[in-house]
Design a protein around this ligand. Sequence first.
Ligand SMILES: [Zn+2]
Ligand SMILES: [Zn+2]
Length: 293
Amino acid sequence: MLDYHLHLWPHGEQAVAPTIEGLAQYCQKAAGAGVTEIALTEHLFRFAQADAVLAGFWDDDPNPALRRTMAAYWEQHATADLDVYVEAVLAAKTAGLPVVLGLEVDHYAGRMDKVAALLEGYPFDVLLGSVHWIGAWGFDDYDDPVVAAEWDARTVEEVWDAYTRALEELAASGVCDVLAHPDLCKVTGRVPAVPQEFYDRMAEAAAASGMAAEVSSAGLRKPAGEAYPAPPLLRCFHDRRVPVTTASDAHRLPDVADRAADLRRLLAAAGYQALTAYRSRRPHTVPMARARK
Ligand SMILES: [Zn+2]
Ligand SMILES: [Zn+2]
């Protein structure tokens, strides 16, 4: 198994440069769950280098409360040094730890060319593509009262449609390798009565772009109460031969490789027998060990 989605810093907490010891602990926790390789994938928006080119992406949103909330969130988070992060992960790799260098890249509507230019020249192994924002609305930060109010102001179909459109644009941009938490729009547990149309669009976007889809236990720690993607969406990915990674999306050590055995069972039920790993942004197939009874 793999854990191809890991953070170093919980949201809202100060970014501290990673140490070899800290990364070794991640590897050890992962190995205990049968995970043989991990990818460090900190959010691009945690870095000052992103601030320079992407700040203000929310300015076109007509809702001033959402714009203010997003601006404050951004200011709090875009502080770390991308070069220090990259050097630390490369040092762990050189020391022989089973880590690869990644980044969780968000969808920046209309600015993905700027994202590509910013990341060019860094030796990333894998780039995750995520949709966390619809305009200025960071819909998965639902503990924030302004964000929560917006959930009540829109229908679930509107939310899923806007989310899926952003995901389609992200996939078509070709900037990233893996679609992270593909049906994140279900994070609060709200799902349209007939979600199939959205599942088809998401799977088609992944297949057309050549991206892999991430199978993540993070949804099990949220109100959604199930892995990303939902079993019917995972079957759509399988039908279209979309490769997959597995991930915990941990932001702290105890969640590393969280419920890896559950993910293995979900994948087996959908017909998957192998995962896809990355080196220098090139995919290669890794067989998946059979689920233990
Ligand atoms: Zn994410
Ligand atoms: Zn993440």
